[in-house]
Design a protein around this ligand. Structure first.
Ligand SMILES: NC(=O)c1ccc[n+]([C@@H]2O[C@H](COP(=O)([O-])OP(=O)(O)OC[C@H]3O[C@@H](n4cnc5c(N)ncnc54)[C@H](OP(=O)(O)O)[C@@H]3O)[C@@H](O)[C@H]2O)c1
Length: 301
């Protein structure tokens, strides 16, 4: 099969491997969970809404009756919830093979998380920073572990003002705040990858973006929601960059996957390039320090 046509057929049997997917109650995360359940992975859906999460588990079990899939509560806008979730995983499991940081919100009205973080940066970046930091000991203890970070073409609109990360001193621009959070996802992926470089058996960190995929993400933007009908690909294609980042055996640390066609909006997953800013190591390390200060999480690497 040509590299440009990488598909779910390329994923080997995942029996005995544990995968956690944040935000798998809809869209790309749900599709990712469905695929991996069908490949015999043990899948944990990390969901803020347990009723929705259980419904997805039941739907997936209908398609794959023997699947090992369950849901646990995780609200990325709450550091307490992240701690409770992570403690339960650390208590119940001795390995974690793949952590997929998928959950996200886009272009929503201004609000703050329960810890006082601007909600898009708080959910998309800081919540996942804290979650990964809490789970890193388990990932470090697992051979061939991987961490997949979801970003977006929108990282190109990002330009994070680290002196005002919570937008306390500026008029709020929700589009820009989304771009900032997706740029932060790449800073995080690349910085974590650099920190793990050279450590024997350390997890591989990769990133992915789904191009333009019809999901619930666009619910705050009427125009995008309308245009979804004409331009967006479906979730079975939209989940492929994530799946390739997580399960292609030939990936290298720091690889970034996205769709191949139409300015990376659709198609089969290939390695893509993020913009120059995403490779600014000074910004990345400063964001890392600020994320540690804000979340109180230091990675024990
Ligand atoms: N769709 C696209 O075209 C596109 C393009 C670029 C990047 N992405 C990225 O792809 C990822 C998945 O998005 P999607 O398109 O599949 O959107 P989606 O259908 O809206 O799914 C987002 C998921 O995140 C969950 N979530 C939101 N806030 C959360 C929180 N505080 N705690 C825990 N979970 C939370 C949602 O839970 P609920 O079900 O409870 O709302 C949902 O399960 C996101 O990171 C997004 O930025 C998507």
């Amino acid at each position: 099969m040509a590299a440009s046509n990488w598909s779910t057929q390329n994923i080997q049997d995942q029996q005995g491997r544990l995968v956690i997917i944040t935000g798998a109650t809809s869209g790309i995360g749900k599709e990712t969970a469905l695929t991996l359940a069908g490949k015999n992975a043990s899948v944990i859906i990390a969901a803020r809404n347990m009723v929705k999460g259980q419904k997805v588990v039941d739907e997936i079990l209908k398609q794959h009756p023997k699947a090992d899939i369950s849901v646990r509560e995780l609200d990325l806008t709450s550091l307490d919830s992240i701690k409770t979730f992570s403690d339960s995983i650390l208590r119940d499991y001795k390995q974690l093979d793949v952590l997929i940081n998928n959950a996200g919100i886009m272009m929503c009205p201004y609000s703050k998380t329960s810890d006082g973080f601007e909600v898009q940066m708080g959910t998309n970046h800081l919540g996942h920073f804290a979650l990964t930091g809490r789970l890193i000991p388990l990932l470090m203890n697992t051979k061939n572990a991987r961490i997949v970070v979801l970003s977006s073409i929108a990282h190109r609109f990002g330009n994070i003002d680290l002196s005002d990360i919570n937008w306390d001193n500026r008029a709020y621009n929700t589009n820009k705040a989304y771009g900032d959070s997706k740029l932060a996802n790449l800073y995080f992926a690349y910085e974590l990858s650099r920190k793990l470089e050279g450590i024997k058996d350390a997890p591989i960190v990769t990133a992915a973006h789904p191009g333009w995929t019809a999901t619930e993400l666009q619910r705050h933007t009427g125009l995008f929601m309308f245009l979804n009908h004409f331009f967006a690909q479906d979730t079975s294609m939209g989940a492929l960059p994530t799946l390739r980042a997580g399960f292609d055996d030939s990936v290298k640390p720091g690889d970034y996957f996205g769709p191949a066609a139409l300015f990376e909006t659709r198609g089969y997953p290939v390695t893509v390039k993020s913009n120059k800013k995403a490779h600014d190591t000074l910004q990345a390390s400063e964001l890392w320090r600020q994320s540690e200060r804000m979340t109180g999480i230091e990675f024990s690497i």
